[in-house]
Write a protein of this length. Structure first.
Lengths: 115, 109
């Protein structure tokens, strides 16, 4: 499946580095999401964009900075991260976030390790 | 916050049936989803329930009881490829989706 793609798939960075994660959806959806997935923990919603506008920031530290230039692309800019930020970062998209049946489709994730 | 509980791990034999339970306490309810996630891969959508009852899709079925705050995912005729993590997610009254921690199912020959 190539509906939602993410690059890079793996990233190792030092605490002083700056890097960016990229997500692209080919489904014609209007909304895009960033989630953090840590081992044995529920997916944590980080940010939501609907029609390129940020509609939710789930109390995410400012060292994570999202960017949504259009409905098909979503970035997560990372700077001065901490080791506890190491996790799988998942991107998702959906068509109509205000409907109960709205289904989110996920990308394969970026496995981030902060040294 | 929302509370969604599911068992951490389950093991079953190839060809058998496994039932993964999910209980939830949320502010309102606008549907429950099940996702399958193989190690290192994207979660993929399996089912959506909003009304009470059983939804069947081939070997997989999902059941919902809104009054009990309870759902289960039933996997029949287990195959080795069904070894994965299964995520329960609930949409609340504000249409926010909250996930459980996932149930890792291991299918043994």
């Amino acid at each position: 499946e190539t509906g939602v793609t993410q690059t890079p798939r793996h990233l190792v960075m030092g605490m002083t580095n700056k890097k960016s994660l990229k997500c692209e959806q080919h489904l014609g959806h209007n909304a895009m999401y960033w989630y953090k997935q840590s081992a044995k923990k529920p997916l944590e919603l980080m940010f939501v964009y609907n029609f390129k506008e940020q509609t939710e920031n789930n109390s995410v530290p400012s060292r994570f900075s999202p960017e949504c230039p259009n409905s098909s692309h979503l970035f997560l800019h990372l700077h001065t991260l901490q080791p506890e930020d190491s996790a799988l970062y998942l991107c998702a998209s959906s068509q109509t976030p205000g409907q109960g049946s709205d289904t989110q489709y996920f990308g394969p994730g970026t496995r981030l390790t902060v040294l | 916050g929302q509370n969604i509980d599911q068992p951490t791990e389950m093991t079953a034999t190839e060809g058998a049936i496994v039932q993964i339970n999910c209980t939830y306490q949320t502010s309102g309810f606008n549907g429950l989803f099940w996702y399958q996630q193989h190690a290192g891969e994207a979660p993929t959508f399996l089912s959506y329930n909003v009304l009470d009852g059983l939804e069947e899709k081939g070997r997989f079925s999902s059941f919902l009881s809104r009054s009990k705050g309870y759902s289960y995912l039933l996997l029949k005729e287990l195959q080795m490829k069904d070894s994965a993590s299964y995520l329960c997610a609930v949409r609340d009254e504000d249409y926010k989706l909250s996930f459980g921690a996932g149930t890792t199912v291991t299918v043994r020959a």
